[in-house]
Design a protein around this ligand. Structure first.
Ligand SMILES: O=P([O-])([O-])O[C@@H]1[C@H](O)[C@H](O)[C@@H](O)[C@H](O)[C@H]1O
Ligand SMILES: [Mg+2]
Length: 283
């Protein structure tokens, strides 16, 4: 089995690189924008096309029926978003669609693979920067084949923290997001940042550029690959209430160590999000 997943890992890197090239090319042409859950939740033909290319290549390589797929655009067309024990690919074809639409230069292809509900490997290709992040369980994390590690900062006052605003603009949620950010900024920390792609944010934690990234409202496809990369770089993942990380819960803190993560968690004002694996009628 181990060799089989190695082949899948190597193939995922190839597929992510090819998908990134398609995105870069599409960014040079006119981009037609549509919306999904809200007027600021954007989607383009490129998101759909790239997801089809990725899933098509994986099916061709590993055979239809043996592997399952959770892809952002397929789920938005009401395909199931349930993680079973079967080998499952979790895909965000274009993480940072808003950035892509605006030409803001952080856009990632995120591909993760889970077996028995456990993440085996993750690949994040930051395609505008041409940086390939990858990690396989127990084998370390890499950027462009160089090993990466989280920062060793334990003093929150010397940290940079990332968070995002997400795509839900209900005033109560925005109020909580900004209140949390204000409290963290006033600890004080060195800075607050956000690249506009959760996958890239997690890679920034993994390579030690920032100490932590947290968000409520993200989806499993935004963070599955990044989760392996953060863990393999020596970092940790927690729920925003300090409990265990749950991939389907739509909330997460990824940090370089527990001291930093706990300090952030103390300030987070939690709000509800419907789980990714909730029955469709509840979404
Ligand atoms: O829609 P998308 O560009 O694939 O993914 C979004 C990005 O990761 C963004 O950073 C995060 O704040 C949102 O919560 C995600 O939905
Ligand atoms: Mg995404």
């Amino acid at each position: 089995m181990a060799d089989q997943w190695q082949e899948a890992y190597d193939f995922a890197v190839q597929v992510a690189r090819a998908a990134g090239a398609v995105i870069r090319k599409a960014g040079e042409e006119e981009i037609k924008v549509q919306t999904k859950s809200s007027t600021v939740d954007l989607v383009t033909k490129t998101d759909e096309r790239v997801e089809k290319i990725i899933i098509g290549s994986l099916k061709e390589q590993f055979g239809e029926g043996t592997h399952c797929f959770i892809g952002e655009e397929s789920v938005s067309k009401e395909e199931p978003c349930i993680l079973t024990d079967k080998p499952t690919w979790i895909i965000d074809p274009v993480d940072g669609t808003t950035n892509f639409v605006h030409g803001f230069p952080f856009v990632a292809v995120s591909i993760a693979f889970a077996v028995n509900k456990e993440l085996e490997f993750g690949v994040v290709y930051s395609c505008m920067e041409d940086k390939m992040y990858k990690a396989r369980k127990g084998q370390g994390a890499f950027c462009d084949d160089e090993p990466i590690q989280v920062s060793d900062v334990k003093d929150i006052h010397k940290s940079i923290i990332i968070s995002e605003h997400g795509t839900d603009r209900s005033p109560e949620k925005v109020q909580k997001i900004f209140s949390t950010m204000k409290k963290i900024l006033c600890i004080p920390v060195h800075g607050l940042r956000g690249s506009g792609t959760a996958a890239t944010n997690m890679c920034l934690v993994a390579c030690g550029a920032v100490e932590a990234f947290f968000e409520i409202g993200i989806h499993c496809w935004d963070i599955a690959a990044g989760a392996v990369i953060v863990r393999e770089a020596g970092g940790l993942l927690l729920d925003v209430d300090g409990g265990p990380f749950d991939l389907m819960s739509r909330r997460m803190v990824s940090g370089n160590n527990r001291v930093i993560a706990n300090r952030i968690i103390k300030e987070i004002e939690i709000f509800d999000s419907v789980r990714d694996d909730a029955p469709i009628a509840k979404k």
